[in-house]
Design a protein around this ligand. Structure first.
Ligand SMILES: Cc1cc2nc3c(=O)[nH]c(=O)nc-3n(C[C@H](O)[C@H](O)[C@H](O)COP(=O)(O)O)c2cc1C
Length: 210
């Protein structure tokens, strides 16, 4: 998976094996942040979570690790790959992760990847046996994830909700210093984004001058 993502044009990727981090288990949440893990999450515009199905849900250790960040995830894209020994390709773990993703502020893709019957999917060398099928599915998955990551990055950097609107209280991006935004202020592109966002939300959305 990581190898395939690395080949994707314009994408810089970092593989995180959550086992490499030793989070304490006598507490939870942001109070047990790992600086390195948080910095990786902060840098990322999008995430791919490859997750095995454990008793029709997600492994507790994944949730424990994800719970250590919050602002690092907000309004970033996430695509989920479910893995299971059973035939459903981790469909159940993906479904059970969706509300967690939302509460963390992540935005899920429409298209997932499913690796069912995982014990028979890979050869002795660890290579996928039916590579063609999975690469075709992977490309579809990546196209959407990259598109969503790009759109959300643009939104995080350049589209603010009016600070006078009550929604602003939960808007993470209000008054955010943004050189990219300043560089584009007044361009047709920025105006169009504002118009479309205002029309979609029914709110007076504008770029906030820092
Ligand atoms: C505690 C536990 C629960 C599991 N529950 C399921 C399950 O509900 N459905 C399923 O298809 N596979 C289940 N499996 C198999 C895993 O999905 C399979 O081993 C996994 O995809 C490979 O990841 P692993 O290296 O973490 O075991 C379970 C495995 C473990 C260890």
């Amino acid at each position: 998976m990581s190898e395939q993502v690395q080949k994707w044009n314009g994408v810089e990727t970092e593989l995180i094996d959550i086992r490499q981090f030793k989070f304490p288990i006598d507490d939870a949440g942001e109070s047990i942040k790992d600086a390195q893990f948080s910095a990786i999450c902060q840098r990322a515009d999008g995430f791919i979570i490859v997750v095995p199905e454990y008793n029709h849900s997600f492994p507790g250790i994944l949730k424990h690790v994800l719970d250590t960040n919050f602002k690092e995830y907000i309004h970033k894209a996430v695509g989920i790959c479910g893995v299971s020994t059973g035939p459903f390709g981790g469909a159940r773990v993906i479904q059970s992760l969706l509300p967690v993703m939302r509460e963390l502020g992540l935005v899920t893709t429409f298209y997932d990847l499913n690796f069912g019957g995982v014990n028979n999917l890979f050869g002795d060398s660890g290579k996928l046996l039916d590579e063609q099928t999975y690469i075709r599915r992977f490309e579809r998955f990546m196209k959407e994830l990259v598109w969503m990551s790009t759109v959300l990055r643009y939104g995080r950097l350049e589209v603010c909700i009016d600070e006078n609107n009550q929604v602003a209280a939960i808007n993470h991006h209000v008054n955010k210093p943004c050189p990219e935004k300043a560089a584009r202020m007044g361009t047709k592109e920025a105006d169009t984004v504002m118009e479309v966002s205002s029309a979609a939300t029914g709110m007076d959305i504008k770029i906030v001058n820092d």
